[in-house]
Design a protein around this ligand. Sequence first.
Ligand SMILES: CC(C)(COP(=O)(O)OP(=O)(O)OC[C@H]1O[C@@H](n2cnc3c(N)ncnc32)[C@H](O)[C@@H]1OP(=O)(O)O)[C@@H](O)C(=O)NCCC(=O)NCCS
Length: 164
Amino acid sequence: MGNLLVRPMSLTDLDAVVEIESANYQFPWTRGHFADSLNAGYIAMCLVVDQRVQGYCILMRVLDEAHLLNISIRTSEQNRGWGSFLLDWCCAHLRAQNCSGLLLEVRPSNEAARHIYERFGFRLVGVRKGYYPAVVGREDALVLFKSFDELTQAVDTGKPMGSS
Ligand SMILES: CC(C)(COP(=O)(O)OP(=O)(O)OC[C@H]1O[C@@H](n2cnc3c(N)ncnc32)[C@H](O)[C@@H]1OP(=O)(O)O)[C@@H](O)C(=O)NCCC(=O)NCCS
């Protein structure tokens, strides 16, 4: 997997970040969106592999919950486990900060992302109609939530606490 590091994003990372973003999305965030996220104090992290930025995530903390605004891995580096590594970092970091859960939106057509979120135990909690721009018209967003509260998780899965 190489030498992996998750560290705070800074303005000097934005060339790499915007390059990754532009290759990943039909409707990418602009440099301004990332700069605004840094200015706003969001949790903006880079995944660095062997000294190269290969991905990033942006988390917004709202009271005791967090919202995953963006997570991306360089197109050529996907399917190597780095997206899962970064999402795992997000969950561990938020738990350590006593956050109760993580919310996100995903396009129904984004099968790779939906696959990971399901594997991480995110649950569908709603649909935002016409949330995303699309080549033709708009696309809905699935709203997913992962609770970090162990009691809620046990009730959700129907499993007693402590079972795997
Ligand atoms: C979503 C994203 C961050 C995942 O990163 P990644 O490094 O490729 O993720 P991983 O390698 O950890 O895992 C990829 C998983 O998706 C699966 N996958 C890949 N393509 C898939 C597809 N078309 N349908 C279903 N599953 C798929 C892989 O098999 C793998 O699952 P597994 O580990 O259970 O075998 C990355 O694909 C990405 O940057 N996409 C573009 C940006 C984006 O859509 N971000 C999410 C916005 S909500």
